[in-house]
Design a protein around this ligand. Structure first.
Ligand SMILES: [Cu+2]
Length: 69
C-alpha cells in the first residue's frame, strides 16, 4: 500500500532527510520517498496508518502537513 503526503516548507536535501527520518519512524511505514521539489512524501505502508501519525511526524520534522492522498 502506498500513499502520498503533501508537505509544505521543504527546500533542500536536508529537509527531505528530516521528513524521511520522522516518517520512517512511524509504525507501519516501511519506507518514505521525500521530494522537496514536489512537496511530497510517498510512503510505503505495511498496514493502515492513521493520518494523525503522518501529521505528527511531518510537524515533528518542522514542516507543514497539508494532506494525504
Ligand atoms: Cu532544507
Amino acid at each position: 500500500m502506498q500513499k502520498t503526503i503533501k508537505i509544505e516548507g521543504m527546500s533542500c536535501r536536508h529537509c527531505e532527510n528530516h521528513v524521511k527520518k520522522e516518517l520512517e519512524a512511524v509504525c507501519g511505514v516501511t519506507s518514505a520517498n521525500v521530494s522537496a521539489d514536489k512537496g511530497t512524501a510517498v510512503v510505503e505502508l505495511a498496514h493502515e496508518v492513521d493520518e494523525v501519525k503522518f501529521k505528527a511526524a511531518v510537524e515533528e520534522a518542522g514542516y507543514e502537513f497539508v494532506e494525504v492522498k
